[in-house]
Write a protein that binds this ligand. Structure first.
Ligand code: SF4
Length: 110
């Protein structure tokens, strides 16, 4: 079992605080300025130093969800982003709200 999966199980099933660094989390952590690294272990280390341990699991799920829905790899929907005012990467994607809204993905994700 890989580290990402192990952390997912620990956080989701057993309530042990864990940071889940998948491709979405890694991208958003860099866009938020939480890390400059691309290596998942280094990203996890940097984020662990920033966030209180009790927030790790919930923050992981929220960040991954936001990455799937709004902050996409190629065209993030900056103009429709709820955390835009705090994001140092605002403007990476379209900032026009009407254009950005069309980029937001809805529905369930597996
Ligand atoms: S402002 Fe843009 S880059 Fe920043 S989190 Fe939102 S969608 Fe992503």
């Amino acid at each position: 079992m890989g580290r990402k999966t192990a952390n997912l199980v620990l956080g989701g099933a057993f309530g042990k605080p864990s940071i889940v660094v998948d491709t979405h989390f890694a991208r958003l952590a860099r866009r938020f300025g939480w890390t400059a690294h691309t290596d998942p272990d280094k990203i996890e280390h940097d984020v662990a130093a920033l966030l209180p341990q009790r927030e790790w699991t919930a923050a992981s799920y929220r960040v991954i969800w936001h990455g799937r829905r709004v902050c996409h790899a190629r065209r993030p929907a900056c103009g429709a982003c709820g955390v835009a005012r705090w994001c140092p990467s605002f403007g990476t994607g379209p900032t026009d709200e009407a254009i950005a809204r069309k980029l937001v993905k809805t529905g369930s994700f597996s």
